[in-house]
Design a binder for this molecule. Structure first.
Ligand SMILES: Cc1ncc(COP(=O)(O)O)c(C=O)c1O
Length: 366
């Protein structure tokens, strides 16, 4: 068996201890005589797995009691539609109601395009310059529309590697965050948010599961014509068992939450993540061979894009990295260069190995 350091942006590496536990429990979960994949989602075994996963997530994120936690499918991309459908409170069918959106990179652009199908979108900040997103607005510099149904932002833009170091203060207007690539990377204050959503395939578990954390008072009124599957309140009322959920993903997410607890929770994880990111950025910044274009105060802890001074060397870099067991470092096609995604499951040793390879490659090619 061979395990590499996998820098994929998602689906991403999972903690090896979690995979080993899942492997050990694969054929016979806790004497049930069957795999979790084969269990009824309404049976007592799966119900206990589901409840434990939710309890552990609530504990590690310190989610207040007036929030529901939903374990859904459809990816973060479905939430791009579910957010306006559920938050344009009482708005009847047709285009009415408006929402404020930050436009800070590829994923917020997609969220905006989807929201435009259901409401008027006000762009309150647009950080695109010459086709690139490399910075974020200063804290407190953005003016919100007091009548907006909500403000939406993407705390971490996975493709550009741009991350907010602060939570925007939107006053009484509900704040919605697409946390797909930053959830669980550090402790946050959930009470500052109205809705948090995330596809699982980075810091939570395998693809196929989507987590939504939503303040209870914001549920219950959807736009006319909203499908039942797109109504948060229906999922909340049914404890995310309205239809067959992604049972195995939910179980694996539970194993990841238990692993996080064992590691000391999100405060500890945040320290490790900050250290991992800092050493990788330092390696990039101290070399003239590599460069990261993102403003220092807007750099992501999770996704670190970098370019080589000579793009002709990109292929050789990737090939050499692969030979050193450092995989999936190619940058997103829209940005080019490289991207190292260093989520919770990437051990510090993986970052150290990447830094060592980068130095060696630079030496051999400058
Ligand atoms: C920040 C962000 N939002 C949304 C998505 C889309 O997620 P999904 O593929 O789960 O729909 C991604 C996927 O990488 C992402 O990184």
């Amino acid at each position: 068996m061979r395990r590499v350091f996998n820098f994929s942006a998602g689906p991403a590496a999972l903690p090896q201890a979690v995979l080993e536990k899942a492997q050990a429990e694969m054929l016979d979960w806790h004497d049930a005589g069957m795999s979790v994949m084969e269990m009824s989602h309404r049976g007592k075994e799966f119900m206990s797995i589901a409840a434990q996963a939710e309890a552990d997530l609530r504990e590690i994120m310190a989610i207040p009691d007036n929030y529901k936690v939903l374990f859904l499918q459809g990816g973060a991309s479905s939430q791009f539609a579910m957010v306006p459908l559920n938050l344009l409170r009482g708005a009847s069918s047709g285009k009415n109601g408006s929402a404020d959106y930050y436009r800070t990179g590829s994923w917020s652009k997609k969220a905006i395009a989807e929201a435009k199908r259901y409401c008027d979108v006000n762009i309150v900040a647009d950080t695109e310059i010459d086709g690139k997103f490399t910075s974020l607005p200063d804290e407190g510099s953005v003016k919100f529309n007091p009548d907006a149904a909500y403000v939406h932002y993407t705390p971490n833009e996975t493709i550009e590697g741009v991350e907010f170091a602060y939570v925007p203060d939107t006053g009484d207007v509900p704040l919605v965050a697409d946390m797909s690539s930053t959830i669980l990377s550090r402790q946050i204050d959930v009470s500052k948010f109205a809705v948090i959503y995330a596809g699982a395939q980075k810091n939570i578990g395998p693809a196929g599961l989507t987590i939504v954390i939503v303040r209870e008072d914001l549920m219950g009124e959807v736009k006319d014509g909203t499908p039942a599957m797109f109504d948060w309140a229906i999922h909340a009322k049914n404890n995310s068992l309205y239809n067959t959920p992604a049972t195995y993903g939910w179980y694996l997410a539970g194993l990841v939450f238990a692993w996080l607890k064992e590691k000391g929770g999100l405060v500890e994880m945040g320290k490790i993540n900050q250290r991992k990111a800092a050493k990788l950025y330092a390696a990039i910044d101290t070399s003239s061979f590599y460069a990261n274009p993102v403003a220092v105060n807007s750099r992501s802890w999770m996704n670190v894009p970098f370019i080589l001074a000579n793009a002709d060397l990109d292929a050789a870099f990737l090939e050499g990295a692969k030979a050193a067991n450092l995989m999936t470092l190619k940058g997103h096609r829209s940005v080019g260069g490289m991207r190292a995604s260093i989520y919770n499951a990437m051990p510090e040793a993986g970052v150290d190995a990447l830094i060592a390879f980068m130095a060696e490659f630079e030496k051999g090619n400058s």
